[in-house]
Design a protein around this ligand. Structure first.
Ligand code: ADP
Length: 588
């Protein structure tokens, strides 16, 4: 029943019932007091009447005869409905103003009030009169020769009491109204906190917006409500910042190059990114849509076994020492690092990283190091040989010594070239973004290079034909762009052969690039070597290249320099003989 009422109404009802009970108790108490007061008042009145009657009988000496004279006494006593009975000591009724024929009245000695007055001074009783049928209050007192019994109609009904006490009742009603107002005010005050709190809680549950500044009354309940509200506000702000962090994490997962997936300890996906599915497809050769398919792919068996073992057997891992496993996977020419971390609750994370580029770089570097060692060995052995010969044979003739020293010097220059080339390649690879870029007039650069090679070109009877407009400017690093043309020119000088012709031209351009062609009409490069010609230390004829001072790095430098400028380079043999390099360089 209470459920239907608001807290305020219930509070009001409680207070009201307490106060009502209290009022009823006061009324009952007052009624009892009043009754007692009335009785003692009646006692007093009847005692006086009895005494008066006794005096009247004695003074007039009318006992036992002439008792009817008492009628005149009754007339002057103001008490209405007064009944006086004179009973002899043996119980015989001699006089009763309510009864005419007293002779016929039964013995009254057994009447309770008379019995009461036998031993005590007086006796009383309340009972219905057999004579009149009304309820009477009887009072009897014993004298030497007789008992005098007086009685009045006993009427102390609530009605009379209320009549008599209407001022008191008015007072009670007045107090009741005031208390009712106070209770109403208090319950409203208490109820307000509860009602507001209830309203707030319902809004929160229904996910409805609520005022950011909820005001609660300034009482204990209000303070508690305020605290709850503040705690909730903190909770909301924590939830919001958590959601923000979560979103950041999501976004981070999506821009990551790694495939990442989180699984529950039931092996159900909780969070994953698109790369994860992509890598599963790459590795498994089947169509994979669900991250959970990870557990069906044979290639991941080592990790699946590890996960199963961790979930089933061991106790929960301690944070700070989470079990992890990783291994390398080689599939279709690609390399993947597969990692797994088991968390405290045995949920786990799987990370798949495509390390193909890294792995290839590592292998290239490894090969490069061994190539470098190999390349250094030849000139160093030569230099050492020449120097040892000179040291061991002090009598060697001057010309031979001179010859050996020059040969050693030439090898030292080769070493320098080699080291310079390695340094350039390293610089392009490691610190490519630090090269300073400028607007470069290609014709000026070519003029310089031609000037450098002037005598050699003449010696070999070679011609150079350039077809580049004066306004062709590329945006690039001067030393790298120069080294592109210098290397290509050097190669043509070395390999094309005497009396060959070199052609350098811009064959096309667009908004962003100039397209250059660098060709000669020399011996060309056998087709089977073309795909590998830009590799480091790749040579068609190592002996010849070395003899000509080649390092085997020239075309690798060219390709890397072009790529650093975001250009592209290809090579082909010309139909009429000779080799042609086509490459692009940026305008801006
Ligand atoms: P190298 O230091 O040996 O010249 P490069 O990387 O510059 O190294 O060239 C690689 C090889 O390509 C050379 O050894 C040479 O055999 C061949 N090559 C390069 N340019 C030409 C060319 N213009 N004509 C013929 N062969 C060439």
């Amino acid at each position: 029943m209470f459920k239907r009422f608001s807290y305020r109404r219930r509070l009001f009802f409680y207070f009201f019932s307490i106060f009502l009970s209290f009022t009823i108790i006061i009324l009952i108490f007052q009624y009892a007091r009043e009754k007692q007061y009335r009785v003692s008042q009646l006692d007093n009145t009847l005692k006086i009447i009895t005494e008066t009657t006794h005096k009247f009988i004695e003074n007039n000496d009318i006992y036992p005869n002439n008792l009817h004279k008492i009628d005149s006494l009754i007339k002057i006593i103001p008490q209405p409905d007064l009944r006086i009975t004179i009973i002899s000591n043996d119980g015989k009724v001699y006089y009763d103003n309510f009864v005419d024929d007293v002779e016929k009245m039964e013995n009254h000695l057994n009447r309770p009030e008379v019995e009461g007055s036998v031993n005590n001074n007086y006796g009383t009783s309340i009972r219905k009169s057999t004579t009149t049928g009304q309820e009477y209050y009887y009072y009897s007192q014993s004298y030497n020769q007789y008992y005098i019994r007086t009685a009045v109609v006993y009427n102390i009904a609530i009605k009379n009491l209320l009549k008599a006490e209407h001022l008191f009742l008015l007072f009670i009603v007045f107090i009741f109204l005031i208390i009712w107002l106070i209770i109403n005010f208090l319950t409203q005050k208490f109820g307000e906190s509860i009602t507001r709190l209830k309203e707030f809680v319902i809004r929160v549950r229904k996910n409805e917006p609520f005022e950011t500044d909820y005001q609660f009354p300034r009482d204990e309940l209000g303070t508690i409500s305020n605290e709850i509200f503040n705690i909730y506000k903190q909770l909301v702000s924590t939830k919001n910042s958590l959601a923000l962090e979560k979103e950041k994490l999501f976004n981070h997962l999506y821009v990551l190059n790694e495939g990442v997936a989180f699984f529950s300890n039931q092996k159900e996906k909780t969070l994953t990114n698109s790369h994860f599915i992509k890598y599963l497809n790459l590795i498994s050769n089947q169509l994979i849509i669900e991250p959970e398919d990870f557990f069906k792919i044979d290639e991941f068996k080592p990790l699946i076994d590890f996960i199963n073992q961790q979930i089933e057997n061991t106790p929960h891992p301690k944070s700070g020492n989470l079990p992890r496993q990783e291994y390398l996977l080689n599939k279709s020419g690609k390399y993947f690092k597969i990692q797994c971390i088991i968390f405290h609750d045995k949920s786990f994370e799987i990370i798949i990283t495509d390390i193909t580029k890294l792995e290839k770089n590592r292998r290239i570097k490894q090969q490069m190091t061994s190539n470098i060692a190999h390349e250094l060995k030849t000139p160093i052995t030569s230099i050492k040989g020449f120097l040892e010969t000179i040291i061991n044979d002090p009598d060697i003739d001057k010309n031979t010594r001179e010859h050996f020293i020059q040969r050693a010097n030439a090898q030292a220059s080769r070493l320098t070239d080699l080291i310079n080339d390695i340094a350039i390649l390293n610089k392009i690879e490691e610190t490519g973004s630090y090269f300073v870029f400028n607007k470069l007039k290609i014709n000026n650069l070519l003029d310089e290079i031609l000037e450098e090679h002037h005598s050699l070109l003449e010696e070999k009877h070679m011609q150079v034909e350039t077809d580049i407009d004066a306004d062709v400017n590329v945006y690039g690093n001067e030393s790298l762009i120069s080294s592109i043309f210098r290397n290509l020119m050097g190669n043509s000088l070395n390999y094309a052969g005497n009396e060959s012709k070199i052609e350098i031209k811009v064959y096309n351009d667009d908004d962003n690039y100039y397209y250059f062609s660098f060709s000669d009409n020399g011996i060309g490069i056998p087709d089977e070597h073309l795909p590998r010609i830009f590799e480091r230390f790749y040579r068609i004829d190592s002996g010849r290249s070395r003899k000509l001072g080649g390092t085997g790095l020239g075309l690798a430098i060219v390709k890397n320099a072009v790529n650093l400028h975001k250009g592209e380079i290809t090579v082909k043999n010309k139909p009429g003989g000779g080799v042609e390099f086509l490459f692009s360089l940026p305008k801006n």
